[in-house]
Design a binder for this molecule. Structure first.
Ligand SMILES: Cc1cc2nc3c(=O)[nH]c(=O)nc-3n(C[C@H](O)[C@H](O)[C@H](O)COP(=O)(O)O)c2cc1C
Length: 239
């Protein structure tokens, strides 16, 4: 059957996989079979890209390699707390966040952070617990699978657009198979540690990580749901 005529048997399921994808920040240690990860990557690779360049490159870390990543980067993050001057040595390969936030993005960002901290009972100014929450990024929130995503440096900003489509497709495909994810820009500043560990060349930029696995259904943090602006806020209809 051609792609043109392939029926989407249940459009509501497509919507449901998109709408019920959310960032899970507590996973069970339950392993994920390799063929399931491969399936999800194959589906995600149908994402469109300019000139079909398919700029994504995925490193799948499990078992001892995953543990090594967690150990090395968690240690670097701890060390950075003890010696804040070390932060200057950390360099992301690209700016994911702006240097200066302006409205309306600043308010949304603040709302996101404080709602999450409220849920966890973290008071404003409790730097210790804020650090601890951020630190959980570097254990992949307990997920047994860590994906590290890189992009060849020769490519242009447009490839980041392609990359986003790939990442979303991957996360939705995972959700459709009962798995959950959390995209993680938190790894980006640790590119100089991650790159040699995964065997990536210096030509590869570390775009982000993704924690992949089974959600812990009892973790309070996984009850966190984020709001979205209504369609009329971001849409202008012109005729
Ligand atoms: C590329 C990307 C990087 C992200 N990085 C992190 C991260 O490092 N740590 C984290 O806890 N959440 C991270 N998030 C999750 C966002 O905070 C989350 O997507 C947003 O608040 C919307 O919530 P939702 O994903 O539950 O719909 C990231 C999301 C994206 C798309």
């Amino acid at each position: 059957m051609s792609q043109l005529n392939a029926p989407i048997a249940d459009p509501d399921s497509v919507d449901a996989a998109i709408k019920n994808r959310y960032s899970v920040r507590a996973f069970l240690p339950t392993p994920v079979p390799r063929d399931l990860i491969e399936h999800i990557l194959r589906v995600a690779s149908r994402a469109p890209s300019g000139n079909n360049a398919q700029p994504w490159k995925v490193y799948v870390l499990q078992g001892a390699k995953r543990d090594e990543l967690v150990r090395l980067v968690s240690a670097a993050h701890e060390q950075q707390r003890a010696q804040p001057e070390l932060a200057a040595q950390l360099r992301s390969d690209y700016d994911y966040y702006p240097h200066q936030w302006v409205e309306p993005f600043l308010s949304r960002r603040r709302h996101n952070g404080w709602t999450l901290y409220d849920l966890l009972g973290i008071a404003k100014g409790d730097k210790e617990r804020m650090f601890a929450q951020h630190h959980r990024n570097f254990s992949l929130f307990g997920a047994p699978v860590g994906l590290m995503l890189t992009l060849h440096r020769s490519l242009a900003e447009g490839s980041l657009l392609d990359y986003g489509m790939f990442v979303q497709s991957l996360m939705v495909a995972a959700r459709a198979r009962g798995l959950h994810t959390c995209a993680q820009a938190a790894w980006a500043p640790y590119a100089s540690i991650v790159r040699p560990l995964i065997g990536a060349s210096d030509d590869e930029m570390l775009i982000c990580g993704i924690a992949l696995g089974h959600a812990d259904p009892h973790a309070p943090i996984n009850t966190y749901g984020t709001p979205r602006e209504p369609v009329e806020t971001f849409t202008r209809w012109l005729e």
